[in-house]
Each structure stands twice: as C-alpha cells, then as structure tokens.
Ligand binder design. Structure first.
Ligand SMILES: [Zn+2]
Length: 355
C-alpha cells in the first residue's frame, strides 16, 4: 500500500488553497429560522475575512487550485445529484421565469415513507435533494466546484509529500452534503472528497470534524466504509442542527462498523468539557492507524456562534492537539464559523500550530 509522503524539508510557509469563484455563491435572501427572519450567514465575505486575517498574521502562501476533474466528484457524490446541481438554476428559471440573480429554494418535500420515485420537475428535485432552506444560485455549482478543487489540491500536495499540512479555504463549506443531498450551507462535501481521494490512493484516513455541528454528510458518505474513520465533536443534535444525526449510537455499518465516532457535547460546553472529547477523537484516529488526517475545520464552536462556548484562547490548543497529538500529514478543510471576529481570530490560531 502506498504511504502518504512525509516531507524532508522544513518549510515554514503554509500553503492555502482559495479560489475566487467562491464569490459566485453569495446568497442575500433572508430565511425564516424559529420565527425570525435572518440574513444568510454563509456569505462570500467569510472567505475574504479569513484571507485578510491570514495575510495580517503572515506565513501563508495563497494559491488558486487547478481546474477540478469532475470525475473525482464521483468518489463521494452520485451522478444524478451532480447533474441536478449543475442544471438546477437554469431549469428553475425556465419553469418559474425567475431572474438570473434569483435564488431557487425548495418548497415541497416527499413525506417520509412515500414511494421514492425520482422526481423530474426541478421544484420537486429541489426538495428531493435538500434537507433545509439553502438556495441554489446561478453561480452555486461553479462556486461549489471551486471549493472542491481547493480540498482536492490540498489532499494531493499532502499525499505527494510536498507539504506536511495544507489548508483548503473552502466555501461554500461541505460537511453537511451527502452523496445525493445538500443542506447546512453545503453542496459538495469538500472534506469527504479530500478523504476519499486520499483513500483511493491507498491511504488510511482519519477525519476529525471539529465544526460545532455534526458532520452528517461526511458520516453518510463513509457509513459503510472501513478505510476512512470519521469522528465528529459537536453540539448535542437533540437540540442543534442537523438534529437527525450525530448521536453516539451511530457507529457505521458493514465494512464501516466501528469506523464512525460521534462525540456530542452539551450546549454551551467550555474547554474543560471539549478537551476530553478532543483527546478521545485523537486516540480513536491513533488506534485506527491513520496515515493522514483530514480535519473538518469549523470554528463555530466559538461562544459567538451560540452552540458550544469556546473562547479565543482555545483555538491555539485545538491546533496544537491536532498537530502534536497525531503528528500526521494533515489536510485542513474550512467548514463553518460565522460570528463577528470568530473567523479572523480562530482560523489563524488553529493554523499557526501547523504553520
Ligand atoms: Zn457548523
């Protein structure tokens, strides 16, 4: 089995993959959440905020990834879903007469237990392929492709041993996207693509998802697979998104039995509760014998994002734990993080341990 390369040269500059096409997905229409009409939280400004903060900190080299080979998407996603994502906005415009800058959103979904005949109408497909109120814009497909390209480029660099750790500044994020489903601001599962590509090269991959929400899409992708361990530390799904997954009894099936570990934490958990969960996650990756780490780097664990309640000072510790606790070649994939000042402080703080 090929081993993931280990660089022999010490290089203090960390490679960051970021693609300008992420700006093509920048939703503006507010949505109803729990009786409130809220503006979208996952917007293009998130990437710009992170890039500015990394530039201020120094020690990062930002690169645009090569064009993606769309066949790589089939490592994670189903072909009909990809065709839907690619064509949904133009078909929605044809049917509704909506404008080019309109946002296509599901308004109907199949009832549980209904015959799951694959729908052909775009309005039905919007509900069939999504599980919340995320929109598809004219540029969503190209933005999602650009994020996937960042994750795959980072995985390739790490696999070739050119870098010890590479950061993929992916947006839209990915860990809620399943093999044939979008939701939670996610369309293509960037973390899963990086992990599946590494696994396709023969690597044994450990995913640690530190986003504050359970990585339900990633869990679904690898549910039956034993070559990729998925671990997620997140706010209790009994009371937090994504609600329908993320519980401890979900441990995988078939070849994947025992290769999925969920570590939910109570709302408002602080570092003293978080740190033991992180230790358990790292022990699991170690026991699995992973060759490479793929970290789903959400920083919405910060108190400002109101699920868990970590503070600015905890993010250097997360980076330190992921880096020194495992000492593995690492692909760091950006997931969530929204609140004022959170991305700017927490992302560079985690990356500093690797850079
Ligand atoms: Zn999140």
């Amino acid at each position: 089995m090929p081993r993931v390369g280990r660089p022999t040269l010490v290089d203090s500059t960390m490679i960051v993959y970021s693609h300008p096409d992420h700006r093509l997905h920048d939703p503006v229409e507010p949505h109803r959440f729990g009786g409130l009409l809220l503006p979208p939280a996952e917007t293009a400004s998130r990437s710009e905020r992170i890039l500015r903060a990394l530039s201020d900190q120094g020690g990062f080299e930002v690169r645009v990834p090569e064009e993606i080979d769309e066949n790589d998407l089939l490592l994670v996603h189903e072909q009909p879903y990809l065709e839907f994502l690619r064509s949904a906005h133009s078909r929605w415009r044809e049917v509704t007469g909506g404008p080019a800058d309109g946002e296509a959103v599901a308004y109907i979904r199949p009832l549980p237990g209904m015959p799951r005949r694959q729908p052909t109408h775009v309005d039905a497909q919007l509900g069939y392929y999504s599980n919340d109120v995320d929109p598809i814009l004219e540029g969503t497909w190209r933005a999602a492709l650009s994020a996937a390209a960042c994750a795959l480029a980072a995985a390739r660099d790490v696999y070739r041993g050119e870098e010890t750790a590479v950061y993929a500044l992916c947006r839209p994020p990915g860990h809620h996207a399943g093999p044939a489903a979008f939701g939670g601001y996610c369309y293509l599962n960037n973390t899963a693509l990086a992990a599946a590509w590494l696994a396709s090269q023969g690597a044994k991959v450990g995913i640690v998802d530190v986003d504050t929400h359970h990585g339900n899409g990633t869990q679904a992708v690898f549910w039956n697979r034993g070559d990729v361990l998925t671990v997620s530390i997140h706010g209790d799904p009994e009371v937090h998104f994504p609600f329908f997954a993320g519980f401890p009894e979900e441990t995988g099936e078939g070849a994947g039995a025992g290769a999925n570990l969920n570590l939910p934490l109570p709302s408002g958990a602080l570092w003293d509760e978080y740190a033991p969960a992180l230790d358990r996650a790292l022990s699991a990756v170690d026991a699995f014998g992973a060759d490479v780490l793929v970290a789903a780097l959400g920083v919405d664990t910060h108190a400002a994002d109101r699920v868990l309640a970590l503070g600015d000072d905890d993010y250097p510790s997360i980076g330190e734990a992921l880096m020194t606790g495992l000492q593995l070649p690492s692909v760091l994939v950006q997931e969530g993080g929204y609140g004022e000042g959170v991305l700017e402080s927490a992302v560079p703080a985690v990356l500093a341990a690797f850079a």
